[in-house]
Design a protein around this ligand. Structure first.
Ligand SMILES: Cc1cc2nc3c(=O)[nH]c(=O)nc-3n(C[C@H](O)[C@H](O)[C@H](O)COP(=O)(O)O)c2cc1C
Length: 367
């Protein structure tokens, strides 16, 4: 088995987010926005692998958000994508993002183990419960009340865990799921289990994540490092106190790198404001139901801006040095990893490997 880079010594781990979906994280009609083509996906993943990145995480998405870009509307299914990525790369970790309501846990467990074996133990699973009603409707799948989705996910992951570990046939009878004399061979190479990730943000979601997962994937508010530090610490201490478990905390961040801050700001303005797909982001925001939850029109516009810029991730906008400094600040605040996205992944990762990586090495953040 390969050593999993996730277990390595780098103080801040790095991943690439959303390679499998058109646009990636940027809701923009800029011509260089991410296009879905397998060879391009492989070339980007290999560049990240060579650069020492720890993880590839796809978005679990089945339909787009309309607008002129139909943002995310062209997308690779994440288990088959993960299998291909496993074969195409050498050392980087690979995740699938699975909607628990759409795939039977015994099928998911088996698909996951298959990728774990193809990759030599580099696999992990990102669990999502489904927040988009139009996505669930497309399958005729029920949209359970919010907190119940996590109850369902709890049963689902119990079955996956048993499939990965049980040495004898097992039965399971829950409120939502039943299996009879289930068997699943082979077991994962990665022991005791492939790592699990979840991005639940509500109290029920955080509880699910703390109880079952190894990595909490969170949205961080830019700016105030004090509150960031506190939020990260709260995630960890909650998992420790409630379930006696150690949890890592990762966030997503969008990168706009240039040789001056002014050029980086201008590049962001161009793709997110001048060429931003306002219809697609409005559709996404409506589906999320955020307008009613935010305190003001200004907060709503700000939300949409960050979604167009990079799926609401932490802004890493500036020079190689300022980006490296921000990452050092986030690591000091306790963050374990960042999943990055770019408008143009190929150009972005290549510049990252040449210019940001050496600075992170110099600062001691990464080897
Ligand atoms: C960084 C991040 C990435 C996410 N990726 C996906 C995804 O790929 N597919 C999906 O259906 N939901 C995704 N979600 C949505 C979450 O699964 C979840 O529905 C959301 O964070 C709301 O959490 P809550 O249900 O606890 O309120 C993501 C959320 C965040 C913050």
């Amino acid at each position: 088995m390969e050593a999993h880079r996730l277990d390595g010594d780098n103080r801040l781990k790095l991943g690439v987010f959303a390679l499998n979906c058109s646009g990636g994280c940027a809701i923009s009609s800029a011509p260089e926005a991410h296009a879905i083509e397998w060879r391009r996906n492989v070339a980007i993943a290999r560049e990240a692998d060579l650069g020492g990145f720890e993880l590839l995480v796809p978005i679990g998405r089945w339909r787009g958000f309309g607008g002129i870009t139909d943002y995310n509307g062209t997308n690779f299914e994440t288990f088959t994508w993960g299998a291909g990525m496993a074969q195409a790369t050498e050392c980087i970790g690979i995740m699938s993002t699975c909607h628990v309501g759409l795939i039977h846990p015994l099928v998911a467990a088996k698909q996951a183990v298959t990728i774990d074996h193809i990759s030599g133990g580099r696999y992990g699973l990102n669990i999502v419960c489904g927040w988009s009603k139009s996505e669930m409707d497309m399958f005729g799948a029920p949209m359970l009340p919010h907190d119940e989705r996590y109850d369902y996910a709890g049963e689902w992951i119990d079955i996956v865990r048993k499939a990965w570990t049980a040495q004898a046939p097992f039965d399971y009878e829950g409120r939502y799921l039943k299996v009879h004399q289930a068997v699943s061979w082979p077991k994962p190479l990665r022991q005791p289990m492939p790592p699990l990730m979840n991005a639940g943000g509500s109290p029920r979601g955080k509880r699910f994540c703390a109880e079952h997962c190894d990595i909490a994937f969170v949205l961080l508010e830019p700016g105030n490092m004090g509150s960031t530090r506190q939020r990260i610490a709260e995630y960890r201490s909650f998992a420790r106190e409630e379930f006696g478990r150690e949890m890592k905390v990762w966030a997503n961040g969008y990168v706009v790198q240039a040789d001056t801050q002014a050029r980086a700001d201008a590049a962001l303005h161009r793709y997110a404001i001048e060429l931003g797909d306002d219809v697609a982001v409005e559709n996404l925001a409506q589906e999320l139901g955020v307008a009613g939850k935010l305190p003001s029109r200004e907060a709503y516009e700000n939300f949409k801006f960050h979604f167009k810029a990079g799926a609401g991730g932490y802004p890493l906008v500036g020079t190689a040095q300022s980006i490296a400094d921000t990452l050092c600040g986030l690591a000091d605040a306790g963050l374990d990893g960042v999943l990055l996205s770019w408008l143009d992944y190929a150009e972005g990762i290549s510049a990252w490997n040449r210019t940001v990586s050496p600075l992170l090495k110099k600062s001691g953040l990464r080897a």
